[in-house]
Write a protein that binds this ligand. Structure first.
Ligand SMILES: Cc1cc2nc3c(=O)[nH]c(=O)nc-3n(C[C@H](O)[C@H](O)[C@H](O)COP(=O)(O)OP(=O)(O)OC[C@H]3O[C@@H](n4cnc5c(N)ncnc54)[C@H](O)[C@@H]3O)c2cc1C
Length: 484
């Protein structure tokens, strides 16, 4: 085992000067054509594989089994810490399309998932031990990858690094990242409200949504979902009795210590009294429903969440309800009764950086070209999205070492859409996000669309998979590079 020590000189300079400025001054061209990848999770393994397959030497650092995060327990790489599902296979589902693109592009993670799959209907589920074993063997036997076991606490700024240490990044590296990017750019906790698709909100029916701002102040930026007294009572009863996610010991402790009033789960606020929400996130005062000309008994507000206006978050509805319960209970709000949830609310400890401020669409730190981030630490969510960001970052870092232009996947692919969202798509306080059709560029279709949403999704998939096939073919020459 080798324990890594980074370049303290550069770090001290970064610490004493304003974030970013000094980094540009001291940034050097890497001394050796080699990439350091920190963290052998889903993102780190995918990044290592993509870089190594392009003939680049990779040093892959992993702290297991010397040290385990509170959620990891297996010595193998790419450990699935919870569910064994990679979600739907269908390309009419955004995660399904992302998987297909990755498969087309030559992803190790998806290859391993298919090699270890277990029956799961329309979903791709895996035998987790076979999955992690398959990846560990492939990584360890690749001639361009050297595995170094031990916790990394320092980043060598003279080398190209991909930081892929996940939502439970160890404390010493957490501190190092804080120094590198500035404390205000690093989050520890994920308390996110659900996000719904704009085109699934009901504006038409009686009791449907309407645009308004409270007391008519400023522009009518919010979508308001009114409830009558009877509807509110049914909703409140369902909310306080709904099933919540069972937290692990370390998460409960973390949430108890760190959640402040503004981030309180909506179901906990609701349990404080039947009317509490009417003075909080369901407050109706100052809102007039244009259909009735009156103030509703209760109102839920939705706020635009992406530049394109295809996604809206439910304001103040951060929650710890299970995903099926979120769908059941929040669909009791009349304007959301047929709503499509693009992201469910979550509450757990989660290290992630403010990517829209910090990263470009190759997952490269804007202010230090030698540093890339990949995986859940960038704010991607879930196994497949973490692998996708590792895929992009690995290719981009390898291209840099090889003196090739950086590769940016277009927004018409799920891989590219995710990278673009992570590096700039969020309008408000950045919160982690998985792939969804709301962020993938729609093809231009003129005239009346037969087949509606299904047709558009098929068209998106057709365009993106054709792109990925052509891209993969364009990469064939790299197999002849030295080292392969
Ligand atoms: C409790 C919990 C449950 C989850 N459940 C699910 C789920 O059911 N489905 C889902 O899709 N997603 C789930 N996630 C999210 C999941 O973590 C990601 O989808 C995925 O694992 C992230 O991949 P990653 O490669 O970014 O990080 P990880 O898979 O966590 O990999 C990071 C690796 O970095 C290593 N590491 C950390 N610090 C250091 C260091 N300083 N030096 C060296 N190595 C280091 C770790 O040991 C680990 O191997 C869950 C997350 C948590 C915390």
């Amino acid at each position: 085992m080798r324990i890594y020590t980074g370049n303290l000189y550069n770090l001290k300079k970064i610490f004493f000067y304003r974030r970013g400025k000094i980094i540009n001054d001291t940034q050097k061209i890497p001394e050796t054509p080699e990439i350091n990848i920190i963290g052998a999770g889903l993102a780190g393994c995918e990044a290592a594989w993509q870089a190594a397959e392009r003939g680049v030497k990779v040093k892959l650092f992993e702290m297991k089994p010397v040290k385990f995060s509170p959620a990891h327990s297996d010595k193998n790489f790419a450990e699935l810490v919870c569910s064994n599902s990679f979600k739907a296979k269908s390309i009419e589902n955004a995660v399904g399309l992302l998987k297909k693109e990755l498969e087309t592009g030559g992803s190790l993670i998806i290859e391993a998932a298919y090699a270890s799959q277990v029956p799961a209907g329309g979903a791709l589920a895996v035998d987790r031990d076979n999955f992690a074993g398959y990846i560990t063997d492939k990584i360890k036997s690749h001639r361009n990858i050297e595995v170094i076991i031990g916790e990394v606490g320092k980043i060598d700024l003279n080398k190209i690094n991909i930081i892929a240490t996940g939502p439970l990044t160890s404390e010493s590296l957490h501190e190092e990242i804080r120094l590198l990017i500035g404390g205000e750019y690093l989050e520890f906790f994920d308390a996110a409200a659900p996000i719904v698709s704009m085109d699934s909100i009901d504006f038409v029916s009686e009791g449907g949504a309407f645009y308004a701002s409270r007391y008519d102040k400023g522009d009518k930026d919010y979508i308001n979902c009114p409830l009558t007294k009877e509807e509110y009572e049914i909703f409140h009863k369902a909310l306080i009795s709904a099933q919540t996610v069972k937290l692990r010991g370390f998460e409960t402790e973390y949430i108890e210590k760190n959640v402040f009033e503004g981030c309180m789960p909506v179901e906990i606020t609701a349990k404080r009294g039947e009317e509490t929400l009417l003075f909080g996130c369901m407050k109706p005062v100052g809102i007039t429903d244009p259909k009735t000309g009156k103030q509703p008994y209760a109102a839920v507000q939705l706020r635009q969440d992406n530049k394109e206006g295809t996604m809206y978050n439910i304001v103040g509805f951060q929650t710890n309800l299970t995903f099926p319960e979120q769908k059941r209970v929040f669909s009791l709000i009349p304007a959301l009764k047929n709503c499509e949830f693009l992201r469910y609310g979550v509450m757990h400890r989660n290290t992630f950086i403010n990517s829209p401020e910090l990263l470009d669409n190759c997952y490269n730190l804007k202010e230090n070209g030698n540093i890339y981030f990949a995986g859940q630490i960038t704010g991607t969510e879930g196994y497949v999205c973490s692998a996708a960001s590792g895929f992009s970052a690995g290719i981009a870092a390898a291209s840099k070492i090889l003196g090739l232009p950086g590769y940016i996947f277009p927004k018409s692919t799920a891989i590219g859409a995710l990278a673009h969202y992570i590096s700039g798509g969020s309008m408000h306080r950045f919160q982690p996000m998985g792939i969804n059709f709301g962020i993938i560029e729609n093809p231009e279709i003129t005239g009346k669309i037969k087949g509606g949403k299904k047709f558009i999704r098929q068209k998106i998939a057709e365009i993106s998979l054709e792109y990925m096939t052509n891209w993969r073919n364009s990469q064939k020459h790299l197999e002849k590079l030295p080292g392969m």
